[in-house]
Design a protein around this ligand. Structure first.
Ligand code: MF3
Ligand code: CO
Ligand code: CO
Length: 265
């Protein structure tokens, strides 16, 4: 197994899949309000993907080794849930923070992106965590260029999180993506500069840091999927799918509603 270098034709299909994943996030944004259930958000996204876009929701029945099939079409992770939250009966309330993670398959290729949403007005600490996590993702993205190494990406993310007093989740990482949902390489969100895989044009992977307001430790809930912080502190995550271009990087998961890059992260 090794890292796939995508051809121009494959890159073009990844651009389409990436934009479609981002457009699902645009579509669902106005529905994130107090009183809605995460299950309703799932159902709306599912219908949009299948009925409007003609995409396949990659999470539905996804079953990596050691996991039971994921039962829904999107991941919804609320407050102290870190990632892989399973949509259901939970009713969102004023002040919650929510990650929605969308992965679509179009024409055989995957696009994977997640954003944070505020349910009503966030508390000061929640807003700070969400903003710093966005900056962390951008620090990672801005270290992507041919000749850079994956350790540069992880170190940039970790340094920013820790200088703000937050911690980086270690057990989950970004990943190569293409015809498969999760390919090599693993993109750690921590590490040492000038270590790890050297980046080359045509590599495509996600950068998706999970940052906790408290300690880094996590545990898995009995549903076999939902990951939460052990200390019940808030957690945030943002995700883009990124191409290593000839001159640097190209973000593939952009749409009208993509938040602007941070000013000076
Ligand atoms: N979209 C997640 C990621 O960024 C993976 C979700 S796997 C699922 O890698 F089965 F929970 F959907
Ligand atoms: Co991903
Ligand atoms: Co994702």
């Amino acid at each position: 197994m090794s890292v796939v270098i995508k051809t121009q034709e494959e890159i073009e299909k990844m651009r389409v899949a990436g934009r479609l994943a981002a457009e699902v996030l645009d579509y669902i944004a106005p529905h994130v309000k107090p009183g809605v259930t995460t299950g309703k958000l799932n159902d709306l996204c599912h219908s949009y993907m299948v009925g409007v876009q003609g995409t396949v929701p990659a999470p539905l029945n996804y079953a990596p080794p050691g996991y039971k099939p994921f039962p829904k079409s999107i991941c919804t992770s609320v407050n102290h849930q870190v990632c892989h939250g399973v949509p259901g009966e939970r009713v969102l309330k004023q002040g919650d923070i929510l990650n929605i993670d969308i992965t679509v398959i179009k024409d055989g290729f995957h696009g994977d992106s997640s954003r944070m949403f505020y349910v009503g007005e966030p508390g000061i600490q929640a807003r700070r965590l969400v903003e710093v996590t966005y900056e962390c993702m951008w620090h990672g993205i801005r270290s992507v260029r041919p000749g850079a190494q994956l350790g540069d990406v992880g170190a940039a993310i970790q340094a920013h999180a820790e200088r703000r007093g937050f911690s980086v989740v270690r057990e989950f990482c970004g990943h190569g993506i293409g015809r498969k949902f999760h390919e090599e390489p693993q993109v750690l969100h921590y590490g040492k500069p000038a270590t790890g895989l050297r980046l080359e044009p045509g590599m495509i992977f996600t950068i998706e840091p999970m940052i906790n307001a408290g300690k880094a430790a996590i545990r898995e809930l009995a549903d076999g999927w939902t990951i939460v912080t052990k200390d019940h502190s808030l957690s945030a995550q943002w995700e883009h799918t990124v191409l290593v271009s000839d001159s640097g990087y190209e973000i593939l998961t952009l749409s009208q509603g993509t938040p602007p890059a941070p000013q000076s992260p």
